[in-house]
Design a protein around this ligand. Sequence first.
Ligand SMILES: Cc1cc2nc3c(=O)[nH]c(=O)nc-3n(C[C@H](O)[C@H](O)[C@H](O)COP(=O)(O)OP(=O)(O)OC[C@H]3O[C@@H](n4cnc5c(N)ncnc54)[C@H](O)[C@@H]3O)c2cc1C
Ligand SMILES: NC(=O)c1ccc[n+]([C@@H]2O[C@H](COP(=O)([O-])OP(=O)(O)OC[C@H]3O[C@@H](n4cnc5c(N)ncnc54)[C@H](O)[C@@H]3O)[C@@H](O)[C@H]2O)c1
Length: 462
Amino acid sequence: MAIIGAGTAGLAAERAARKNGASTVLIDPAFAGTTCATVGCMPSKLLIAAAREAHRIGRAGLFGIDIDAARVDGPAVLRRVRAERDRFAALTRESIESLPDGVAIRARARFTGPDRLLLDTGRIIEARAIIVANGSAPVLPDAFAALRDVAITSETVFELADLPRRLAVIGSGAIGLELAQAFAHLGVEVALFDRADRVANIRCPKVQATLRDILERDLDLHLGVGVVARKHEHGVHLSWSGRDQGDGLFDKVLVAVGRHPQIRGLDLDRAGVELDPRGVPVHDRATMRCGDSTIFLAGDVAADLPLLHEASHDGAIAGRNAVALPAAVRSDRNTRFSITFTEPTLATIGDAEADGAVTGTADFADQGRSRVEGRNEGKLTLYAAAPDGRLIGADLIAPAGEHLAHILAWAIQRRVTATELLELPFYHPTIEEGLKQALRTICAATPLPLPQNQDAGTPAGA
Ligand SMILES: Cc1cc2nc3c(=O)[nH]c(=O)nc-3n(C[C@H](O)[C@H](O)[C@H](O)COP(=O)(O)OP(=O)(O)OC[C@H]3O[C@@H](n4cnc5c(N)ncnc54)[C@H](O)[C@@H]3O)c2cc1C
Ligand SMILES: NC(=O)c1ccc[n+]([C@@H]2O[C@H](COP(=O)([O-])OP(=O)(O)OC[C@H]3O[C@@H](n4cnc5c(N)ncnc54)[C@H](O)[C@@H]3O)[C@@H](O)[C@H]2O)c1
């Protein structure tokens, strides 16, 4: 079994294939550690963690605590990001070093036939099955690439020696949102641009409006605009037009306009698989197999849901199925689920629309525990199928949103109804109590009876 790419998906695929009895090779040009550990989930969350502390200190006055002279030490913030990031990356490299002898092959691979790879070292690998797990890379349009070091992406942003004074962020997807808000909370003057009219393509208009209000407190938001960038002796000059227009000078521009699957150079046309219009092999998400071939995909390169838990699940499914050939072990996929680590947290779960879907909403402005904590802003919209009130999806921006999102994703995957969730215990006073409001509105809209053995009232501040 040959696996191309030693990221999260490739490592999971190699483990699964070996566990199921295959002899494996894992091919990667660098073995630098996964995208997640080196330039993805972990360094971004480390920067966000620093930003959260700075933001919390800024709000201390709300609780009667006077903190003067708090100052963000930019180089120190970025040093911690890199030191902790390097620790995570070293752990992933250790897992590669502990592979059996001969499994890891340092090279770049390309197809010369459906079961044959040519490595840039000249070595030829023939395999019973090949799993393609070589990830994705940031899109950097030519106009920004021409700016050279003034234009940064998620691959380079964590290498900055200091925080910029003024930062432009292009793209309000997951990367743009998380990093724009984090830099703003660290005291950087940030302007965020998107050609789309909606931030992060959020489905629910109430959640969208709440997020925009929150963002606009800390940064300049320009939606529905096209941006033209020009190098300037002091950084980069941007001019924008569309729904609004203007121009400004920035030290750096962070380009976060999406990621593309790394298929260039793989010579997939020689692999004998059907390619979609983007050049990605057509595959079945239940097995990750490409048609009737002996080729499988896993992770971001498949361009399905470029998220860490999906990459890891893809790898396990592909590795197992590659060994099971010609049999197929079909796996149910998890409820679609993404969390963007803004403050408060944004999450999108499952479906929004279905025949006869009803909605339930909750507002965190007056929710007890959120108010106690001074974090009382946010909106939640739940979607349920009529007539039984089975939960099918949710959009939310809420304090403790990552925890609410997990509860909801698990309930949706388990096909739980609003009534059944209301029958479960809710501790007081917690942010989770905010869910009751939305669940009750689902019951009222369906209509469904509220559980008879539960109080329909609201304890102080629930
Ligand atoms: C800034 C940022 C923040 C993120 N935050 C989150 C988050 O909070 N939560 C979340 O769920 N997801 C997050 N993601 C997404 C997540 O990181 C990815 O979905 C995940 O890392 C993809 O894993 P992968 O195994 O597909 O790819 P990778 O880890 O990129 O692995 C691909 C490997 O393939 C190798 N390779 C490439 N070409 C070849 C070739 N020709 N031959 C051999 N090897 C090759 C590469 O060297 C690399 O090692 C984030 C991403 C970014 C960029
Ligand atoms: N918390 C998380 O789970 C997390 C965090 C970061 C990244 N990720 C993953 O990484 C992927 C890539 O993130 P991303 O933010 O780069 O991409 P994205 O696809 O999420 O968002 C890109 C944004 O850029 C905008 N855009 C595209 N071209 C533009 C242009 N020329 N000018 C202005 N705006 C433009 C789009 O309208 C869109 O809003 C995400 O899809 C996500 O799966 C996940």
